[in-house]
Design a protein around this ligand. Structure first.
Ligand SMILES: Cc1ncc(COP(=O)(O)O)c(C=O)c1O
Length: 399
């Protein structure tokens, strides 16, 4: 079958909840993917930062295959020999006391919401069913019905209600005064992304995360930081909140936690918060299974061993400098934290993405006029130079 045959079959029999570029991927290695006709592309999306370690990372692959020969899934009614190692690894790497494993990012966010509410009722003593979690404008935390209920993007929430808006008051992202005005005696958590990825790599003003930490301390509220896309090296630090030296009460992780081999996510927090949920009160068939745990430990080790955080920081600086040197009336600016770049145009970004695909670069528009460049963190200077040449060509053609 050829590209067009696959597209036809997909559109006929599959849900139309995505608008993918017309490339059909068959193979991938490192920063490169190959379509069914054998054409090679530089992947500048990295599966929304799930393949920070590079596609089909050989070290993770080895563990994945080896573990699959032993045991992949046991019920959490039994213990398995890999999960404790993941708990310990995350503790050693992040300093958090405990971890609760889930699968998708949205499930991890849901788990964090349940933990915050449970803590609110049992520790903070908020009146029954009154707990509030303050969220931000422009947020993206996943696609479950609770989560889309506190999105302000109609394409996420429209016609999926009813919602419980009172449970998730919204403040303007980056605005501490507005945030302060939303705090009540029922506030149990403040949930934010340290940088908004789906929002277009939106970096909040300096002092915002520090301000949230202070407000949380002053008002006995949990600071809940969604690092699902920002975390594990993408921003040039292990976590994006390190840029402000804060310690959120909860850190939510996913995506690169498996290097793209398997959905692995979860919540890092203190014993005080984690142990408010008792046996039988929350769980997941696949969460914490031995295959997931083994893969996650290796995915974390690769981030350390291959110095991916440092690489992200250095290569990100290099990439964004080169992007900002491209002259075009349509380019507003390129902003970045690590290898996470929002390339902001004054016009629709989709035609640029389509042309870039023709030139062998895969990237995706976000919010109509922003292109997000977020390649695997293993990208080299030479590969960035190659990309810049292609991007410059496309920008000039579309001027
Ligand atoms: C910040 C953030 N939170 C949550 C999610 C949801 O993760 P998943 O798609 O794995 O459910 C995403 C996905 O893009 C995300 O970027």
């Amino acid at each position: 079958m050829k590209t067009q045959d696959y597209i036809k079959m997909e559109d006929e029999f599959g849900a139309h909840n995505y608008h993918p570029l017309d490339v059909v991927v068959r193979d991938a290695k490192g920063v490169w993917v190959y379509d069914v006709e054998g054409k090679k592309y530089l992947d500048c999306l990295a599966a929304y930062s799930a393949v920070n370690q590079g596609h089909c990372n050989p070290k993770i692959m080895e563990v994945f295959v080896e573990q699959a020969k032993h045991v992949t899934l046991t019920s959490r009614a039994f213990r398995n020999e890999k999960l404790p190692l993941l708990y310990k690894k995350l503790h050693d790497m992040t300093g958090y006391e405990m971890f609760m494993p889930m699968n998708s990012g949205a499930e991890a966010v849901e788990s964090a919401i349940k933990l915050a509410r449970r803590w609110g009722y049992t520790v903070k003593k908020v009146e029954a069913d009154k707990a509030e979690i303050i969220v931000a404008t422009g947020n993206f935390h996943g696609r479950t019905s609770t989560i889309v209920g506190f999105s302000d993007d109609p394409s996420s929430y429209k016609d999926f209600g009813p919602y419980c808006k009172e449970a998730f008051p919204m403040h303007e992202y980056g605005n501490l005064e507005d945030l302060k005005s939303k705090i009540t005696k029922n506030t149990v958590g403040i949930l934010v992304e340290p940088i908004q990825g789906e929002g277009g790599v939106v970096i909040p003003p300096d002092g915002y995360l520090k301000g949230i930490e202070t407000l949380c301390k002053e008002n006995n509220i949990l600071f809940m930081c969604d690092e699902i896309q920002a975390g594990l090296g993408r921003s040039g630090k292990l976590f994006a909140h390190y840029y402000e030296n804060v310690k959120p009460d909860m850190v939510i992780i996913g995506k690169a936690l498996s290097g793209g081999f398997y959905p692995v996510s979860g919540v890092l927090t203190s014993k005080e918060v984690m142990l408010t949920i008792k046996p039988g009160e929350h769980g997941s068939t696949f969460g914490g299974n031995p295959l997931a745990a083994a893969v996650a430990v290796k995915a974390l080790e690769v981030i350390e061993e291959d110095k991916l955080v440092e690489k992200s920081y250095e290569m990100g600086k290099y990439f964004v400098e080169k992007l900002n040197a491209i002259k075009s009336p349509h380019i507003k600016l390129a902003r970045a934290r690590g290898l996470w770049i929002g390339f902001v145009l004054d016009t629709k970004a989709r035609p640029y993405c389509e042309k870039l695909m023709e030139e062998g670069i895969l990237c995706k528009e976000t919010h109509e006029n922003i292109i997000r460049f977020a390649p695997p963190l293993v990208i080299t200077k030479e590969e960035i130079d190659w990309a810049i040449e292609k991007i410059t060509k496309v920008v000039k053609e579309l001027d």
